[in-house]
Ligand binder design. Structure first.
Ligand SMILES: Cc1cc2nc3c(=O)[nH]c(=O)nc-3n(C[C@H](O)[C@H](O)[C@H](O)COP(=O)(O)OP(=O)(O)OC[C@H]3O[C@@H](n4cnc5c(N)ncnc54)[C@H](O)[C@@H]3O)c2cc1C
Length: 466
């Protein structure tokens, strides 16, 4: 039997898509850099079906590309290269198997949309510590496979820190059931840690036991005006001293970035009468009703007294809060409307961010004086979206042609300051050259050995990461 017929038989008629129009969202990568050229996408509905699919592929040495919400930004969930491969989307594994408020965990299948899990946690007065702009589309399996970061890493850590246990289909089709909910377990190696962030190259995550936290009863959201992006770092230190872990989000938005949003996104406006060089979007949580706002006000007054900030507003309603967050969430959309951008998802030691920004900007300006710096991101955890947008007097094609030299400069400076070329999007296809350039040979060797041990025939997401 033809292998596609064999795979179709496993998932049944509901379990695949082969119509051109229906296939499109699975085949096109979010930013349009890559497109998969396959006639069918498989949609298994159970862990058992995933295991059967992988067994057939292993026997025939066919590559398996796992896919979640397809919101990844480095080409990780596309079919690439000449060998026979199948795209396996996990969206139909979308059951929440268990939620325990007392145990503070939930067990969810890989295809659950992140926002649905946040809602399920809230229903039992708990919170899932992962939130990102793509949360209405991305799926928890994809979040774990990329070790996603997002808006609340400052408080809860990355996706990795939310995982108590995993269920994984291995490269030979066996199922590893590591769905434990223990906080402590020193019985052997940390296998779940291996699969998180491995971008589908070591195993297919089919379910996860996730940590939940007490849900704050009160949130206060503010926008703070700053003299320069560099000021965001001492302000962060000052707020952390006063608010500690109650500070759940801390996002930097430079004025050039805000300008892009105001120009391109309808019904957005700044809450300030004047314009400043940069802004910090901050969110404080409290378990005492009314406590979040007063604590944030006091912390900002102290910062104002210390000359760290120029002005600040705190939202007084849910509508105002949403309007502030909309400024932040609209940035990618605004950038797309503005023309070509060269994007870098970087992280740095927090205290070195100001020096990096000065140094890198002056070097890039020497190469392309009118390039627009669209810098924003989760600066509270040391990550920045360090994006370069096409100069107003340049066409997109000429700008794109400069990507290799501009990105090389950015990544070289990131490396020089002890940072990472990939803060939260992973390596996928796009950042493989950087992995080879900037990651130590011993580390690469260990990664290759792990890959060889878990996937000796290289069928899982071939050509990605390594
Ligand atoms: C508007 C927007 C905002 C974003 N903001 C953030 C952000 O703040 N922080 C952040 O970290 N990322 C962000 N991203 C990137 C993206 O949303 C994340 O990488 C997300 O975790 C990907 O999840 P997904 O379900 O879409 O995975 P996909 O894109 O489908 O896959 C991503 C990778 O994971 C692998 N994979 C998927 N599912 C599985 C599985 N079950 N088992 C094994 N491997 C699997 C794929 O093969 C691929 O390598 C953003 C993206 C967009 C479009």
């Amino acid at each position: 039997m033809d292998y596609l017929d064999e795979l179709k038989k496993i998932v049944g008629v509901e379990g695949y898509v082969d119509d051109a129009a229906a296939l499109e969202p699975y085949l096109r990568e979010w930013r349009g850099r890559y497109t998969s050229d396959v006639p069918i996408v498989l949609l298994p509905s159970s862990t058992r079906q995933v295991a059967q699919l992988v067994s057939v592929c292993a026997a025939r040495s066919i590559g398996v590309i796992p896919q979640g919400g397809n919101t990844g930004l480095v080409g990780g969930s596309v079919v690439h290269g000449g060998r026979a491969q199948v795209l396996v989307n996990l969206r139909r594994l979308d059951r929440i198997r268990e939620v325990s408020a007392d145990g503070e965990f939930m067990i969810a299948e890989a295809g659950c949309v992140l926002a649905a899990l946040q809602e399920a946690a809230e229903e039992v007065d708990r919170v899932l510590g992962l939130s990102l702009s793509a949360e209405g589309s991305c799926r928890i399996g994809g979040n774990l496979a990329t070790d996603a970061g997002g808006l609340n890493v400052l408080r809860y850590g990355t996706a990795r820190h939310q995982v108590l246990g995993l269920e994984v289909v291995l490269a030979d089709g066996r199922i590893w059931n590591g769905l434990r909910t223990l906080r402590k377990n020193t019985a052997g190696y940390d296998l779940r840690g291996l699969f998180v962030g491995s971008e589908g190259t070591l195993g297919i995550i089919t379910a996860a036991a996730l940590r939940l936290y007490p849900r704050p009863s009160d949130l206060a959201t503010g926008l703070v005006a700053l003299d320069s992006p560099a000021e965001a770092i001492p302000l962060l230190g000052s707020l952390r001293s006063r608010l500690a872990d109650d500070l759940v989000a801390y996002e930097l938005v430079t004025d050039a970035t805000l300008e892009l949003v105001l120009r391109n996104i309808p019904d957005t406006r700044t809450p300030f009468d004047d314009r400043y060089k940069a802004y910090a979007l901050v969110e404080n949580a409290s378990h005492n009703p009314g406590g979040a706002r007063s604590a944030l006000e006091q912390a900002l007054e102290a910062a104002l007294g210390g000359g760290l900030i120029r002005d600040a507003v705190i939202a007084t309603s849910g509508e105002q809060r949403r309007a502030l967050w909309r400024l932040r969430h609209s940035i990618s959309d605004a950038q797309t409307r503005e023309g070509a951008s060269i994007k870098h998802d970087i992280s740095l030691p927090i205290e070195r961010i100001p020096a990096f920004m000065d140094d890198c900007e002056s070097r890039i300006r020497a190469m392309l004086p009118d390039v627009r710096f669209i810098v924003f991101g989760h600066v509270g955890d040391g990550s920045l979206h360090y994006n370069l947008t096409v100069p107003e007097n340049m066409d997109s094609e000429s700008f794109r042609a400069k990507e290799p030299e501009l990105s090389r400069m950015v990544f070289d400076r990131v490396h020089a300051y002890g940072g990472s070329f990939s803060a939260e999007h992973g390596v996928g296809l796009l950042r493989r050259p950087e992995l080879r350039r900037y990651v130590d040979g011993v580390e690469i060797d260990l990664m290759r050995r792990i890959k060889q041990a878990l996937d000796p025939h290289g069928i899982l997401n071939p050509g990605k990461v390594l």
